[in-house]
Design a protein around this ligand. Sequence first.
Ligand SMILES: NC(=O)C1=CN([C@@H]2O[C@H](COP(=O)(O)OP(=O)(O)OC[C@H]3O[C@@H](n4cnc5c(N)ncnc54)[C@H](OP(=O)(O)O)[C@@H]3O)[C@@H](O)[C@H]2O)C=CC1
Ligand SMILES: C[C@H](O)[C@@H]1OC(=O)[C@H](O)[C@@H]1O
Length: 254
Amino acid sequence: MKLLEGKTVLVTGASAGIGRAAAIGAARHGADVVINFSRDEAGAASAVAEIEALGQRGLYVQGDVADPATAKDFVAKAVDKFGKVDVFVNNAGICPFHAFLDMPVETFERTMRVNMHGAYFMVQAAANQMVKQGHGGAIVAVSSISALVGGEYQTHYTPTKAGVHSLMQSTAIALGKYGIRCNSVLPGTILTDINKDDLADVEKRDYMEKRIPLGRLGQPDDLEGPIVFLASDLAKYVTGAALLVDGGMFVNLQ
Ligand SMILES: NC(=O)C1=CN([C@@H]2O[C@H](COP(=O)(O)OP(=O)(O)OC[C@H]3O[C@@H](n4cnc5c(N)ncnc54)[C@H](OP(=O)(O)O)[C@@H]3O)[C@@H](O)[C@H]2O)C=CC1
Ligand SMILES: C[C@H](O)[C@@H]1OC(=O)[C@H](O)[C@@H]1O
């Protein structure tokens, strides 16, 4: 069954990793897909090629989500090409691991701007378009298990993931009257470029793996189903919710 037939889906940070998997998953479910990226044009182009190989239309638009102007531009270009926005997936994010006591101001500010400010202005631009269209919509934000637990080298990052989760709770209230649903997924540890260096430490990687009841670290396509589900009408009475996608890591105390 195709769950997003006829929909236009926008995904930020979709040249690689989880965003790319979400974009391709949406196309597999019948959607036309517009993706944002900031640097990796080859990755964005190959994601669009995969979307087109699935028989759907695709478009990539360059833009740094830290700049509020990117949000309006992304939505405008999507509407220009495909006429509407039905689903918005806020995914773009960075996690430059660093210790707390000597956190450089620039690293802190950049992480906040990309992950938190970027989410705010992107979700606002997509929501304004959905309200204008007048037939509701779905917003899915990629938060994290890190919205619920801490990380020694992630003191600048975990608050942004809690913030994105909280943003979905508040926008679920603000946008419910327009039929726009807002939810988040909370991935555990998913093998992507964001943690390649961190998990190059074999001891750490083994430790993380052992914490997961399902016995393996996640892959980007583990997020495909949960994101498509929350974006689809199967979740038509779900808003303000957060779905852990972590192989059971969070509940594994002992
Ligand atoms: N991997 C994991 O374990 C987890 C990841 N997450 C979250 O998932 C999301 C995706 O991460 P993941 O797939 O792992 O990471 P990747 O590094 O694989 O992908 C990040 C994507 O975001 C894009 N991006 C980065 N900065 C910007 C920017 N300023 N503007 C626009 N696009 C940008 C990158 O594009 P480009 O290179 O072109 O800039 C890339 O497409 C993040 O929000 C992260 O916090 C949450 C929980 C766990
Ligand atoms: C980047 C990390 O590996 C990843 O990011 C998250 O949000 C997860 O909690 C993992 O720590």
